[in-house]
Design a protein around this ligand. Structure first.
Ligand SMILES: NC(=O)c1ccc[n+]([C@@H]2O[C@H](COP(=O)([O-])OP(=O)(O)OC[C@H]3O[C@@H](n4cnc5c(N)ncnc54)[C@H](O)[C@@H]3O)[C@@H](O)[C@H]2O)c1
Length: 273
């Protein structure tokens, strides 16, 4: 065990798949009851059932983080089932509007959609949950940003800008909630093979671009992902969803009670600072 979350209820958004599912798994291993919230309610239920079959405590919720009514309904249902929410991981995120991976250009719709999920989604869920945490004068929040938020990217400027906004919002939120004994941090992951990266690399593989032209000899998008990661990462390997889960578990635990407003990279050394 790396952090004791026994008896804590942890809500993770976008947890039906990918990184969110890995984070949920690690939090469950530390003793938390995990609340799997996802826009895809059926997938969230399947994921929660999988964890329950492994002996963990889990419930599922259908929640669209971009929609305040959906967030309100889902959180009320979670509180009804488990009593209160002690820990929040704002993980749900997108690269662009539906179909973004089938085009090279970034559209206005991509900008709006990315900000509505990656920035306003965090704000909506935090706004709904922080009130109860403030009343109890305890709680911890982790936002999943990205090292993209600390770098430029001519290929996906909307995504990088949204993650920079998530880092900035984390700091504002940490300042607002500090006097209520609530810490707020963000994790900046590097490269993890999830459905998201499957699409990113498929887009590059299918369309090519100046940035990745040196990888023209690769045979498929997964190989492209590994080449890009190896070349750009000092530790020369990708990260796993569990790696992000370990960092989240620590930041949500009492051991991290004096850490707030930080943006911690879990990226194999790609970005330092
Ligand atoms: N995969 C990586 O390498 C990587 C790197 C850095 C940061 N991140 C961030 O980690 C988070 C998870 O990424 P991932 O790779 O697992 O992505 P993913 O696309 O594989 O999974 C995202 C999950 O979020 C859910 N989701 C999407 N929109 C939602 C909404 N409006 N409301 C609720 N749920 C919604 C999806 O249904 C899905 O289950 C994102 O914020 C992403 O930006 C990922």
């Amino acid at each position: 065990m790396i952090a004791d979350l026994t008896g804590k209820n942890a809500l993770i958004t976008g947890a039906a798949n990918g990184l969110g599912k890995g984070i949920a798994q690690i939090l469950a291993q530390q003793g938390a009851c995990i609340i799997i919230a996802d826009i895809d309610g059926n997938a969230a239920k399947l994921t929660a059932d999988e964890f329950i079959s492994l002996g963990y405590r889990a419930i599922s919720l259908q929640m669209d983080v971009t929609n305040i009514d959906s967030v309100d309904t889902a959180v009320a249902s979670a509180i009804d089932k488990v009593g209160h929410i002690d820990k929040l991981v704002n993980n749900a995120g997108v690269i662009g509007a539906p179909g973004w991976h089938e085009r090279l250009e970034v559209t206005e719709e991509d900008w709006d959609f990315t900000f509505s999920v990656n920035v306003k989604g965090i704000v909506h869920v935090t706004d709904r949950i922080q009130g109860d945490m403030m009343k109890e004068t305890k709680g911890s929040i982790v936002n999943i940003a990205s090292v993209a938020g600390k770098m430029g990217n001519p290929d996906r400027p909307n995504y990088n800008a949204s993650k920079a906004a998530a880092i900035s919002y984390t700091k504002s939120s940490a300042l607002k909630l500090a006097k209520f004994n609530i810490n707020v941090n963000c994790i900046c992951p590097g490269n993890i093979w999830t459905p998201m990266w499957d699409k990113i690399s498929m887009r590059q593989f299918n369309f090519g671009s100046e940035i990745f032209s040196e990888f023209s000899d690769v045979e498929n998008n997964r190989e492209l992902f590994h080449k890009i990661t190896e070349l750009s990462t000092p530790l020369m390997r990708d990260q796993s969803a569990e790696d992000i889960g370990y960092a989240a578990a620590f930041l949500l635990s009492d051991s991290a009670r004096n850490i707030t407003g930080q943006a911690i990279n879990v990226d194999g050394g790609r970005v330092m600072g």
